[in-house]
Design a binder for this molecule. Structure first.
Ligand code: URA
Length: 213
């Protein structure tokens, strides 16, 4: 299932516009801060789909019936572009276990994904958020999920993007039949010949941390 938060207008659009706009996106600190803010907003939206249990709060004046999160989701990000976005989510789920995957593209005839680092807790029966801001071909997500399954079988995958290309959405739909929710702030037009998202924002990793060689 796809959840597109950007369908509804909100202040998130301001942050997203600053990420996209070539006049503002080169302020590296602002770029990371906006990713972080959008990570927080995403966490809030996603939290509406999690499970809560009844609790009682004692205020100074009365007993108050309320709810608290039954279980924090495990937050896993793909290095390196995902880091500022992941930080925003982690702030809203401070009890979460966190995991990291090193994945990078190799351009040969087709885009190939190489994975070379994995560090997570046991994922059996967990709700897992796999955080990667730019959902382009969808291959890094699917390769990462295949690798993550070695560390356990989650009960649900939340694939947490910022921008999603239609090609990536279709790839994920074709490879994950059930037990997943795909989140985004925008469904984009298409991919270009280098598998960059159009209109997109450019290279999220380079804009956050500098151009890599
Ligand atoms: N990764 C990026 O940083 N940008 C894209 O457009 C696609 C993948």
């Amino acid at each position: 299932m796809l959840v597109n938060i950007g369908k509804e207008n909100s202040v998130a659009k301001h942050f997203l516009n600053e990420l996209r706009n070539k006049e503002t996106q080169n302020n590296r600190q602002l770029f990371r801060i906006n990713l972080y803010r959008l990570g927080q907003i995403m966490a809030y939206e996603l939290s509406k789909r999690l499970t809560y249990i009844d609790t009682q709060i004692q205020t100074p004046l009365a007993n108050h019936p309320s709810h608290h999160l039954k279980e924090s989701p495990v937050l896993i990000t793909i290095l390196r572009a995902g880091l500022p976005y992941f930080e925003g989510l982690l702030d809203f789920f401070p009890e979460s276990d966190a995991g990291f995957i090193g994945a990078y593209r190799v351009e040969s005839k087709e885009i190939e994904i190489k994975l070379d680092y994995l560090a997570t807790n046991n994922l059996d029966d967990k709700t897992v958020c796999l955080i990667d801001p730019m959902l382009a071909t969808g291959k890094s997500i699917i390769r990462s999920i295949e690798l993550l399954k070695k560390n356990g079988t989650p009960k649900h995958w939340h694939i947490v993007s910022l921008l999603a290309a239609p090609e990536g959405i279709t790839y994920i739909e074709n490879h994950l039949k059930k037990d997943y929710t795909l989140w985004t702030f925008a469904v984009e037009q298409k991919l270009n010949q280098h598998a960059y998202i159009i209109p997109g924002l450019g290279d999220a990793g380079d804009l956050s941390f500098g151009e890599k060689i």
